[in-house]
Design a binder for this molecule. Structure first.
Ligand code: XMP
Length: 524
């Protein structure tokens, strides 16, 4: 694997992505990890990421003790990027100075000159993306300069004898003209990697792993949410162990229009998954009656889900004569990366931000061993592997849908009047219009929200006093920040008129133009 030490750059995940685009497996570990931990991954290449720190600041992150010696002895090439290069220079005996004190460093596009060397194929100019304050002054012994900026700053260094390389700019960023070329030259030509990581390999390897973990008499249980991740994870496990996998899909009464029929159809007809559908809608709606506080609602939904799941496990145990040992979860890589916190946040590890979203609502004391076949994959990779296994494209490209379902999209009491029916219909019209206009795949998430207020309108020459539907659509990379989607007037006009004409008791449609932050994506 390519091991990327994370020093907190906003581009660290991009380095992983670029490696994977080159069919090379790579993973991120925190910059302050130990050599022992790195050795567990048998690194073939080590990359030190950029970061917001100066090597001169007290407490600035360092290279794990013994890492450079280990890499030299074992011929593991090292590439330092930005802060990573400065760390390399400083650790190996060169010097880094704060040359731009008060002037703000070098940021954005810069044209640099590279020298024909081990790292670069020619003496030439290229535009790169730069973002640094400090700069390398003197090189450690054995290193030479292979790239400079117009100001004469050292921007690329190498010591091919020991396999150490450094770039002051960011090759992983699209704005760096030949960034991909340089990375691929480093990984293939210098480090001699093969680029054999493909989704088919991942699939085969996971099936092998599941076989070695799950014994012939073991049974596995999985809660399907109706989303892509749990469906793809379950399908992989099913391919490995067949009908010793037992899936459950809970209709909690908070699903979208015809959702239950649609997802069950996909599970059965396309994925051939053994799924029990449990209708808990009445229980859920009874439980939610009169609850208006968002957190109380969420808690009640989560608790009932666990109860239903436990009952399912009990019935299964009676049927197969033993307790299922394993639980499948669709955890993805972004949720397990323990990367450095982005500058300006006080969160220790990035995965904490979304912890409540990704455990499928099941508590740890259920005492199952976990099977997480997607824990090394990004979302687009999950989609690729899903396609490989025959999951229909329309299912794979579905927008995320929260566990508490429509309950977080009906503000206040969910069970009041016909709110659920009204919302389902409005949401279906909205979503199908988005599909009709060819916009679905441009949007991260789009949905309608039912507002518990009434406003005055005029419909068919009659004065009406009816409900308001809010529409939300956002662009996002990971759901942690988001921008509202800029629909054009034609679309908004069409969708508003369709909703008001087709959904009885709605006479007003509004569009939410709040980004996240300050808003969240959901309304509750
Ligand atoms: P927020 O509203 O926090 O949402 O900006 C970010 C993303 O997470 C989804 N979300 C949830 N998903 N259980 C889930 O499975 C939840 O309780 C939950 N709350 C929010 C939301 O749909 C968006 O994609």
């Amino acid at each position: 694997a390519v091991v990327i030490l994370d020093y907190g750059s906003q581009y660290t995940q991009l380095i992983t992505r670029r490696c994977r685009e080159l069919s090379i497996f790579s993973e991120i570990v925190p910059g302050d990890t130990t050599l022992e931990r790195i050795k567990e991954d048998a690194p073939r290449v080590v990359i030190l990421s950029g970061g917001p720190n100066s090597v001169h600041v007290e407490g600035a992150p360092k290279v794990p003790e013994g890492l450079f010696e280990y890499c030299k002895e074992n011929h593991v090439p090292v590439l330092g990027i930005c802060y990573g290069m400065q760390l390399m220079v400083q650790t190996l005996g060169g010097s880094v100075s704060c040359a731009f004190k008060g002037e703000g460093g070098e940021y954005g596009h810069t044209s640099i000159a590279t020298k024909s060397s081990r790292l670069f194929q020619a003496d030439e100019e290229q535009t790169v993306w730069m973002s640094h304050g400090d700069e390398t002054k003197t090189l450690p012994e054995g290193f030479s300069v292979v790239g400079t900026s117009p100001k004469g700053t050292i921007v690329a260094i190498e010591n091919p004898g020991i396999g150490f390389y450094g770039l002051q700019y960011h090759p992983e960023v699209m704005h760096t003209e030949k960034g991909m070329e340089t990375l691929s030259h480093f990984l293939f030509k210098i480090a001699g990697l093969k680029g054999s990581w493909s989704m088919q390999n991942v699939f085969d390897e996971q099936v092998r792993l599941i076989h070695s973990k799950v014994g012939p008499g073991d049974h596995v249980i999985c809660a399907l949410s109706g989303g892509v991740d749990s469906a793809v994870a379950a399908t992989m496990v099913h391919k490995a162990i067949g009908d010793r996998l037992h899936c459950v899909f809970v209709d909690n009464g908070l699903l979208r229009y015809k959702e239950r029929e649609r997802v069950m159809d996909t599970f059965e007809k396309h994925l051939h998954l053994p799924v029990t559908c449990i209708d808990a809608s009445e229980r859920m709606l009874t439980r939610l009656k009169g609850l208006a506080d968002p957190e109380t609602k969420r808690k009640a939904i989560g608790e009932l889900f666990i109860r239903v799941f436990e009952e399912f496990a009990g019935v299964l145990e009676a049927k197969i004569g033993s307790k299922p040992r394993f639980l499948v979860q669709g955890t993805l890589y972004p949720d397990v990366i323990e990367s450095c916190p982005p500058p300006g946040t006080n969160l220790k590890h990035s995965h904490m931000i979304k912890s409540h979203h990704n455990v499928g609502g099941l508590p740890e004391d259920l005492k199952f061993e976990l099977i997480e076949p997607l824990r090394w994959l990004f979302k687009d990779e999950v989609r690729k592997i899903g396609a490989l296994m025959g999951v229909p494209k329309q299912f794979l490209s579905r927008h995320p849908f929260p566990g508490p379902g429509l309950a977080v999209r009906i503000l206040g009491d969910v069970t009041v009047g016909s709110a659920l029916e009204v919302l389902r219909l409005a949401d279906e019209i909205y979503t199908s219009t988005i599909r009709e206009f060819g916009l679905y795949d441009d949007i991260w998430q789009a949905f309608a929200v039912f507002l518990p207020v009434k406003s005055v309108g005029v419909q068919g020459d009659q004065r009406t006093h009816s409900h308001v539907i809010a529409l939300r659509a956002v662009c996002s990379a990971d759901g942690m920040t988001a921008d509202w989607y800029p629909f054009d007037g034609k679309f908004l006009k069409e969708v508003s008129s369709r909703i008001c004409n087709k959904v009885k008791s709605v006479n007003r449609v509004v569009y939410d133009i709040t980004s996240k932050p300050p808003g969240t994506i959901e309304w509750e």
